[in-house]
Ligand binder design. Structure first.
Ligand code: SF4
Length: 502
């Protein structure tokens, strides 16, 4: 008789325990060998591990990225002038009832300094994107979409650039789940220097990568305009005198007409009897000559003659006209026939250098991405027991804020609202949590005396060299997976400078 042995029931207690991550409101239970929902933390042998290495900034330029633990730190006292502990990979102490993961002491320029280092979880954050182009990308307030979801809008046009406002709490949390996820993922990619495909309602398709040329409708933008049409007339008036009878610089905002413009008048430019369709602002400066578009000078024009009205009788047969865009990308030459109608002719060699001069004076087009966030919430408790004292210290410039060691522009007024250029930050400085929100590095640096005065967590201060040696801060309940060092960006200010600190 065969007696079958009943299958051994695995006892619940035999199962490896899941551990709970409390670094964000999602509160993942993470099984052994697995990562949490954000891929930032994992369970390694029952220990919570922050997966990205802690990034240390070294005060020298152009040094290749090296794994920090690959070389021996000799244990000497490290000055804050030499190394800076960024928050990239440091971890979070959500909801900040505990002190920040690292509070490090260093000496910089002979002053005793403290830097509080943490990865902030930002629901109130977004990106301001500046796109250097003359082309019309979309109307002001038009929706900007990623993966078909609205993640922001077109905002003001600036001098030679157009601006997008992306993200913000309303898109992250105020719409559908899909909208929040698409917003978070586009922001994450943009801030980490990856390229992101965007579409603008009733506008163009864009591909944006921070620090690189924007791609508009599949075409890489090359040049930022030299100035508006009026400015271009002013800049080159003397160079065109004697070479051509009339110059029209076509621009969606301000089209310039040489013979009428003050720049032409002061050097004695002869009237030509030209008439422009559009709204005359001041002599030689016209608004709304055409609809905005991706043609000549950011208008919808493919034929610039469309903006010329019939010439007045004072014009003469043979009158020569140069029409050019603000980047020099478009240029054409005309002469009036006996009926005073412009007829296109080959561009004379004498005018080519002036068109090239416009091109030469254009700067390369670039897409710039500034991360913008508000750090006025619970994150401050990781720095001090009295959160408003941090706000006041930042506002009075006693505390310097950096973002992964990169400088920030602090907004005046209430709160701690800042913007920072993502290309100045270490690689992959940003993460996310599925709430959804962005995780960004933030460091607060101040003198030791000021830190003490604002009610800082003095019992948790550790020397910088201990942090560099991998000593675990006692307030942190996660382990670090390693360290890496990165040299400071060329030309970037060192985060622990004297100014404007006392
Ligand atoms: S999403 Fe990430 S940070 Fe949030 S609880 Fe899960 S593992 Fe931790």
């Amino acid at each position: 008789m065969t007696v079958e042995t009943p299958p051994v029931k695995r006892k619940r207690a035999d199962k490896p325990e899941k551990i709970r991550c409390d670094a964000c409101p999602v509160m993942c239970y993470i099984a052994e060998g697995r990562a949490g929902a954000c891929d930032r933390y994992a369970n390694e042998g029952g220990e919570l591990v922050r997966l990205d290495p802690l990034t240390i900034l070294e005060n020298r330029e152009d040094v290749a990225l090296v794994p920090f633990l690959d070389r021996e730190w000799d244990g000497d006292i490290v000055s804050g002038d030499e190394a800076f502990l960024t928050a990239v990979g440091s971890g979070t102490t959500y909801p900040d009832y505990k002190p920040a993961p690292f509070i490090v002491a260093s000496t910089a320029a002979d002053a005793d300094m403290i830097t509080v280092v943490t990865e902030g979880i930002f629901s109130y954050c977004g990106a301001k994107v500046k796109i250097d182009t003359d082309r019309h990308l979309g109307s002001e307030c038009a929706w900007v979409r990623a993966e078909g979801e609205v993640i922001g809008h077109v905002t003001t046009s600036e001098y030679g650039s157009q601006m997008l406002s992306l993200g913000g709490v309303n898109h992250l949390t105020g719409g559908s789940k899909k909208e929040g996820r698409a917003t978070c993922s586009a922001l994450l990619a943009l801030c980490n220097g990856e390229s992101v495909a965007l579409t603008i309602d009733n506008g163009v398709d864009l591909e944006i990568t921070a620090g690189q040329a924007p791609i508009v409708n599949g075409q890489a933008e090359e040049r930022m305009r030299v100035g508006c049409g009026s400015a271009t007339v002013g800049m080159f008036a003397a160079q065109w005198q004697g070479l051509v009878d009339e110059v029209v610089v076509v621009d969606d905002h301000i089209t310039g007409v040489m013979s009428e413009h003050q720049a032409g008048k002061v050097i004695g430019w002869k009237p030509t009897g030209i008439k422009i369709k559009g709204r005359r602002s001041t002599p030689g400066r016209y608004f709304q000559v055409a609809e905005p578009g991706t043609g000549w000078g950011g208008t919808d024009l493919s034929d610039p003659l469309a903006i010329l009205d019939t010439f007045k009788p004072e014009a003469w047969p043979g009158l020569s006209i140069l029409m050019v865009s603000t980047t020099g990308e478009h240029a054409a030459y005309y002469e009036l026939n006996d009926d005073l109608v412009p007829v296109q002719k080959e561009m004379p060699a004498r005018l080519l250098p002036s068109v090239q001069r416009i091109e030469e004076n254009c700067e390369p087009s670039m897409a710039s991405v500034l991360f913008m966030a508000g750090a006025g919430g619970s994150l401050r408790s990781g720095v001090t027991e009295n959160p408003v004292s941090l706000t006041r210290s930042v506002q009075s410039r006693l505390t310097r804020v950096t973002c992964g060691g990169a400088p920030v522009m602090m907004w005046p007024g209430g709160g701690i609202t800042f913007m920072s250029d993502v290309t100045q930050m270490p690689k992959n400085a940003f993460g996310y949590v599925p709430t959804p929100a962005l995780v960004a590095p933030i460091e607060f640096t101040m003198s030791r005396a000021d830190y003490q005065a604002l009610g800082g967590h003095m019992d948790y201060v550790m020397p910088l060299e201990d942090a560099l040696k991998g000593v675990h801060p006692r307030q942190s309940d996660h382990r670090l997976s390693g360290q890496r060092s990165e040299s400071r960006k060329s030309g970037a200010p060192w985060p622990v400078g004297k100014e404007p600190l006392k």
